[in-house]
Ligand binder design. Structure first.
Ligand SMILES: Nc1nc2c(ncn2[C@@H]2O[C@H](COP(=O)(O)OP(=O)(O)OP(=O)(O)O)[C@@H](O)[C@H]2O)c(=O)[nH]1
Ligand SMILES: [Mg+2]
Length: 358
């Protein structure tokens, strides 16, 4: 899997670029590049377990998992609406959307009183409206083809009908449960946006780090079964550039436990149901990101397709056990190292070695 891609979207001037900086700046700078008008930045996923394994093996190469954040350049529109519909191809690559809602200051970009819940609702609705328009167009095309006697994909047509009916109620495809896996697959080529998971950032001012006064936004998020992540992007962007010592001083001063980046990535993993397993050795210590529930055979395929093809068994040990004994051989001896077959469900924090036919 290429790095997890999280796309930042939201109202004009809500602080998307500042949030992007807060999430991607490091004391060493920023590893970022542009794609058209858009800004992309990749960060390493902080993981204390992996760092401890690195300290144990002192490998030649150390490879944490990565997340790519995308600061989406929203095309200017007269009323701030309709920007997303101009970007559907680009946005189709997102694994999830991060909606930035302005909760700092008094006025929004229109000179109206700041209302993060309203900003959130309008982005959510825009995702649905954009999908609905594209679904209708696609259905028209299918009907046209059918009218001319051409063979059509019935599965796609019936799936899109269901999508349309759902979205006409202003509901996102995320909440449509009536599609069979085959129907879901048939809609995939349209890369519909409202099917993707969303996260919400409340970008508050320094004075409102306690998150008070966000009741309406919290209620809007509760409808999505989630909570907003509350932080002050400008403060976090400043802090992200400090060396670790100065950073922890800074955190303490503001009564914060962890930088926003750490909190944010943990939440993204939870939301997307992702876990990590590790491979270790003198050559490389590495984290691999997989969906919860992935079986050993497919996890092996992440590492290399040869490992999936020639899979014999997985040697599996909990990172805690390995770190306790500081020795693979000792884990073999004390039987905390297990041999698992193809269908073993890999657990978060497993350390694996795949036995295979070369
Ligand atoms: N006080 C305060 N100001 C902020 C914060 N985040 C952003 N701003 C300010 O709000 C303005 C807009 O921030 P940007 O990060 O450029 O917002 P954006 O969403 O990228 O804006 P566009 O790309 O133009 O739509 C800038 O002047 C920022 O300095 C914050 O957390 N606190
Ligand atoms: Mg911007």
């Amino acid at each position: 899997m290429p790095a997890l891609q999280l796309f930042l979207i939201g109202a004009p001037r809500s602080g998307k670029s500042t949030v992007f900086n807060a999430l991607t700046l490091t004391p060493e700078g920023q590893s970022s590049f542009t794609k058209g008008q858009h800004h992309l930045g990749t960060v390493k996923v902080p993981d204390a377990r992996l760092a401890a394994l690195r300290d144990m093996y002192k490998p030649a190469k150390y490879t944490p998992a990565e997340v790519t954040f995308v600061d989406v350049a929203m095309p200017p529109t007269p009323d701030g609406k309709g920007a997303l519909s101009q970007l559907t191809t680009f946005l189709g690559d997102a694994d999830a959307f991060v909606i930035v809602a302005q909760a700092f200051g008094e006025m929004d970009y229109r000179g109206k009183p700041v209302d993060p819940a309203d900003q959130l609702e309008s982005v959510l609705l825009e995702l649905v409206v954009t999908d609905l328009e594209r679904t209708e167009k696609r259905l028209e095309k299918i009907a046209h083809e059918k009218g001319r006697g051409l063979k059509i994909n019935e599965m796609e047509a019936s799936a899109l009908e269901k999508c349309r009916a759902h979205m006409e109620k202003e509901l996102p495809l995320r909440t449509l449960t009536a599609l069979s896996p085959e129907e879901e697959k048939a809609t995939r080529s349209l890369q519909l946006l409202s099917a993707k998971p969303v996260m919400v950032i409340a970008n508050v001012s320094e004075e409102r780090l306690d998150g008070k006064g966000l009741d309406k936004l919290r209620a809007a998020c509760a409808k999505l079964n989630m909570e907003p992540i509350v932080f002050c992007a400008s403060l976090e962007a400043e802090m992200a550039q400090l060396d670790p010592e100065a950073q922890s001083e800074f955190l303490k001063d503001y009564g914060l436990n962890e930088p926003a980046r750490v909190r944010f990535i943990q939440m993204a993993y939870r939301l997307l149901d992702l876990i990590s397993f590790f491979t270790v050795g003198e050559d490389e210590v590495r984290a691999w990101t997989i969906r919860r529930g992935t079986q050993a055979l497919h996890a092996a395929g992440k590492i290399h397709t040869d490992l999936e093809r020639g899979f014999i068994r997985a040697e599996v040990v909990r990172n805690e056990e390995l770190l306790k004994t500081q020795s693979w051989a000792a884990c073999q001896k004390n039987a905390t190292l297990r041999l698992e077959g193809k269908t073993y469900e890999v657990q978060d924090g497993d350390v694996m070695h795949i036995r295979h036919n070369a």
